[in-house]
Ligand binder design. Structure first.
Ligand SMILES: Nc1ncnc2c1ncn2[C@@H]1O[C@H](COP(=O)(O)OP(=O)(O)OP(=O)(O)O)[C@@H](O)[C@H]1O
Length: 368
């Protein structure tokens, strides 16, 4: 059992229903994605991830760290110039083990929506403006389950609308007759129409006001408890992820640098980047603290990175950080040399253990 493969647990969700987090449903190994531009951009690098049945995995990181590229790769939705250059993605559904990167043609079309469905950024504007909600939902069902009768499809449309909290009388509405929140709920209904194993959500609620956003997310977590699908939820809003996720993976420069339960991440973050992110937003429930952003910018992913990609912005960097890349090894808590005294040259800095992040110009940076 490694840090990327937690023990199956039973979590309690916001609706108080116990959720069994089960066996792996999606396993990603060594995934590497490049944009073949001039120069090429390595947006996802050697990434490992295990998602469990019924789990909500939050994926956080600053803009440009590769979150969307990863999401699109999982669902085989990447378009040129993006290319998956290495790695594997396997979906485990019952007795079936699907090699996602090996799918082509009709198998690939069947896989999308049916196994992994996606709700992406701005999805609520992706509904066809000249078709009613009913027609669009029926189209998804008819395309993937052609043997069902018209009456069955209509019954299913009503069920789906009820599932996402929209009155089924709205099935006859055109998208412009619905509020943003309702359109987003309809998109979630479409994504759930074929009972997927995994729902990938890329910034699905950022365009909505906070109250509507929270309502939708509360219902979504209740739905996964009832239906048992797993969710990969992507946003740069770490405070939101801490509320809804079972587990959180922090991405930086195309790699996962820390992965932990939401509770552990909040109370005992390990990677200096995670610490920096946590110090960048106000805590609603925790103690008041001075907020500081992380100075500097993420690295240019078109240039080779020697050592730790975060080192130039890290107040705890030492010489080895600039020379060798730290790995998120099985069993390790964070991809950071500070947790390996044999490389770092001293014990974990006390300020890092306390979860403090000080901008580099206000602390003494110790070079080995
Ligand atoms: N079509 C493209 N051609 C070249 N490079 C691209 C392309 N799309 C994305 N990239 C680059 O890939 C890297 C990862 O981008 P990606 O959109 O996956 O990050 P992200 O974390 O999802 O960002 P955001 O939160 O802003 O959506 C960035 O450096 C970006 O500039």
């Amino acid at each position: 059992m490694t840090s990327t493969e937690p023990e199956p647990t039973t979590e309690r969700t916001s609706d108080s229903a116990p959720v069994a987090i089960g066996a792996p449903v999606l396993t990603v190994r060594g995934l590497t994605v490049e944009y073949e531009t001039e120069p090429s951009v390595r947006a996802v690098a050697d990434l490992d991830l295990v998602l469990h049945r019924g789990e909500i995995l939050g994926l956080a990181g600053e803009s440009g760290c590769g979150k969307s590229t990863l999401a699109y790769a999982l669902n085989r939705l990447l378009r040129s110039p993006a290319r998956i250059v290495a790695g594997s993605v396997h979906l485990h559904s019952g007795e079936t083990d699907i090699d996602v990167l090996g799918l082509t043609g009709a198998d690939l079309r069947r896989f999308r929506w049916k196994r992994i469905a996606m709700v992406f950024q701005g999805a609520m504007n992706a509904l066809n403006p000249v078709l009613t909600v009913r027609t669009q939902l029926v189209d998804v069902l008819a395309a993937h389950e052609p043997r069902t009768s018209a009456a069955d499809r209509l019954r299913r449309c009503t069920e789906l609308m009820e599932l996402v909290g929209v009155d089924p009388v709205r099935l006859g509405a055109y998208p412009h007759e619905l509020s943003g929140g309702m359109r987003q709920r309809v998109m979630i209904a479409m994504a759930l129409a074929l009972r997927p194993d995994v729902l990938v959500m890329d910034e699905p609620t950022t365009a909505l006001d906070v109250v509507v956003q929270r309502d939708i997310l509360r219902e979504l977590t209740a739905l996964r408890a009832r239906l048992g699908f797993a969710i990969v939820f992507i946003t740069h809003d770490l405070s939101l992820l801490l509320e809804i996720s079972d587990r959180i993976a922090i991405m930086y420069a195309g790699r996962i640098v820390e992965q932990a339960s939401a509770g552990r991440l909040l109370t005992a973050p390990r990677h200096p980047y995670t610490v920096g992110l946590l110090n960048s937003f106000p805590s609603v429930t925790g103690p008041r603290r001075r907020m500081r952003g992380i100075p500097g910018n993420p690295p240019d992913l078109s240039a080779p990175i020697a050592g730790c990609a975060f080192a130039p912005r890290c107040p705890y960097r030492r010489q080895p950080c600039e020379e060798h890349r730290p790995e998120l090894a099985p069993g390790s808590m964070a991809a950071c040399h500070a947790y390996d005294a044999s490389v770092y040259g001293e014990d974990v800095p006390a300020a890092l253990s306390r979860g403090e992040f000080q901008p580099i110009d206000t602390v003494e940076v110790i070079e080995a």
